[in-house]
Design a protein around this ligand. Structure first.
Ligand code: DC
Length: 232
């Protein structure tokens, strides 16, 4: 494999997908795109309009109506990108616990996935992209050159999310985060449409005992080894 043009990273919440995705994209000079923000933006729009996140008809209509844009950072406040929902900056609003608690049923809605899929494919169409999510290697970009499935134990993922929330100066309860993550894993992996699972040709990495540097080094090494193997 020469340098992969399209790289997908899937896995459960808190496995380290965004950190790896951002660092890999920066290293290669690629676009980084986190598809989770799209499901989060639809969820925020639903909550604001007082819609029931499990009302598939209403949520599907909403997903077709709203305009979601992801741009380079517009404010220097530690963000990696800016998320616009119908023109409004919702970069931090989509990280609220209410969104965490309601995003899984929204993401499980087939109409929502159908509305977002072409937008995700369009973003990847020019190549040189690292796209992160749950179904990128299996459904969105099944012909990607390199597919990574990043996993870690539930407890370790909850610990990381707890630290992340605290580092933003917000209150956090470890047990609550653990329970919410367990619930989301359950819904994300068992839904009928595009469930969370590794693609058959994905490289599976368990990051429970690895820090972010070690995961990046592992992936870069993997790319080098594949490249050398291709040239011999
Ligand atoms: O990665 P995240 O926590 O921001 O994702 C938010 C939710 O969206 C999560 O419940 C899984 C879902 N999601 C999805 O179903 N498919 C994707 N490609 C990305 C996220």
């Amino acid at each position: 494999m020469s340098q992969p043009d399209v790289i997908t990273i899937d896995g459960p919440a808190g496995a380290g997908k965004s950190t790896l995705g951002q660092r890999l994209a920066q290293r290669l000079g690629y676009l980084y795109f986190d598809t989770g923000v799209m499901y989060r933006a639809v969820t925020l729009a639903a909550l604001r309009r007082g819609l029931d996140p499990t009302d598939e008809e209403a949520i599907t209509r909403l997903a077709r109506e709203v305009h979601i844009d992801v741009t380079p950072p517009t404010v220097a406040d530690g963000r990696q990108y800016t998320v616009l929902l119908d023109g409004e900056d919702v970069t931090w609003a989509i990280r609220q616990p209410e969104v965490d608690a309601n995003v899984s049923p929204v993401a499980a809605c087939p109409g929502v996935r159908e509305a977002l899929l072409p937008q995700q494919r369009r973003i990847a169409a020019n190549g040189r992209v690292v796209m992160v999510g749950r179904d990128i290697g299996t459904v969105v970009l099944p012909h990607a050159d390199l597919k990574i499935y990043l996993d870690a134990s539930l407890e370790e993922r909850a610990r990381r999310r707890y630290k992340e929330v605290r580092s933003r100066g917000q209150q956090a309860d470890y047990e609550e985060i653990l329970a919410s993550m367990r619930r989301r894993d359950e819904i994300d992996s068992h839904r009928a449409t595009a469930p969370l699972r590794p693609a058959e040709d994905a490289v599976i990495i368990d990051s429970t005992q690895m820090n972010a540097d070690a995961v990046l080094a592992y992936v870069l090494d993997l790319m080098r080894t594949c490249d050398e193997h291709d040239r011999t």
